[in-house]
Design a binder for this molecule. Structure first.
Ligand code: NCD
Length: 311
């Protein structure tokens, strides 16, 4: 049982909701490693992906997830859509709604836009990232990756490092990891910490060595230059020197610490390229793999609710 109509953020989910998604995703992770990966769970249903911001892995992952479960999947080319002619987000949503989709997957540069849209349509809406607000499926795929590597998802020390202020990935992860009772540390320059960070109930430091001390998981974030309108960092070279993850800084973490990054990566800015590729430390490829499984699980759970509504 999954008691939600939409997946808009981690903030609204309970511990049980999170575990329900991860347990089902675990089964899909197994399916995805088989040669034949097709099921009919979403057969007859229509999934529309609306990405108002650039995306490589999230969009591809939602598309593959829908297709593996048998949905009819359509990717709207938002760059070429009527939004460019001045149509509002809501008008576009209502137009699509009239075509009776069952699942709408939406990414938008404005925080709150996906929730607004979900109030206007009849189908299930999945937030694929709204501004700097939330990116729930990313936090869920990160959680599944951590649980598989560490064997648990509680009582871990997790350092989230870099551009926290502009990152919906950091926000969703903070909610999720907090709900699962982990110790979360935010590490990065003071200029890239969100306002009110002291009220978030997490540890905060601008010192990488101290922040990584004893960490089980080191989660790096991209510098979100498209969301910056001024000089938040002295220079990329200086940033890498102080906050970029390399072997030397990682040696402060536990010897078995895993390295994560949601992608896309700026090699040599927030992370050393060789370290990112080191399969003994980095789980970046597994994160991508788990992304498909988590999205399959989330879409299945939401459509079970739709079926109940119409039954
Ligand atoms: C993230 C996003 O879009 O928020 N990417 C992703 O979904 N894999 C992080 C980022 O863009 O840096």
């Amino acid at each position: 049982m999954f008691p939600h109509r939409h997946l808009l953020g981690i903030e609204q989910l309970s511990q049980t909701d999170i575990i329900t998604i991860l347990d089902l995703a675990e089964k899909y992770a197994d399916l995805n490693r088989q040669q034949h990966k097709h099921l009919d769970v979403l057969s007859g249903l229509t999934q529309i992906n609306m990405f108002f911001e650039n995306s490589t892995r999230t969009q591809a992952s939602f598309e593959i997830a829908g297709k593996r479960l048998g949905a009819d999947v359509m990717n709207m080319a938002m760059q070429a859509s009527s939004i460019k002619k001045g149509e509002t987000l809501i008008d576009t949503a209502l137009t699509l709604n009239a075509m009776h989709p069952d699942l709408l997957v939406v990414r938008h540069p404005h925080s709150g836009a996906v929730q607004l849209l979900s109030e206007k349509v009849n189908c299930a809406v999945l937030n694929a990232g709204d501004g700097r607000h939330e990116h729930p499926t990313q936090a869920l795929l990160d959680a599944l990756t951590i649980r598989r590597s560490k064997g648990r998802l509680h009582r871990l020390t997790i350092a989230i490092c870099g551009d926290i202020a502009h990152s919906r990935v950091a926000r969703s992860n903070m909610f999720l990891l907090g709900k699962m009772e982990n110790r979360v540390r935010l590490v990065g320059p003071k200029t890239l910490m969100p306002s009110g960070v002291d009220k978030l109930g997490v540890e905060v430091t601008d010192d990488m060595a101290a922040g990584l001390e004893g960490a089980d998981v080191v989660m790096m974030l991209r510098l979100q230059k498209e969301r910056m309108d001024g000089g938040f960092i002295p220079s990329e070279r200086e940033y890498y020197h102080r906050w970029g993850l390399d072997e030397a800084k990682l040696s402060n973490a536990r010897p078995d610490a895993i390295v994560m990054h949601p992608g896309p990566m700026n090699r040599g800015v927030e992370i050393d390229g060789t370290l990112a590729d080191d399969i003994n430390r980095s789980v970046i490829q597994e994160q991508v793999e788990m992304g498909v499984a988590v999205r399959m699980a989330a879409m299945e759970l939401l459509t079970q609710n739709l079926r109940r509504d119409t039954a």
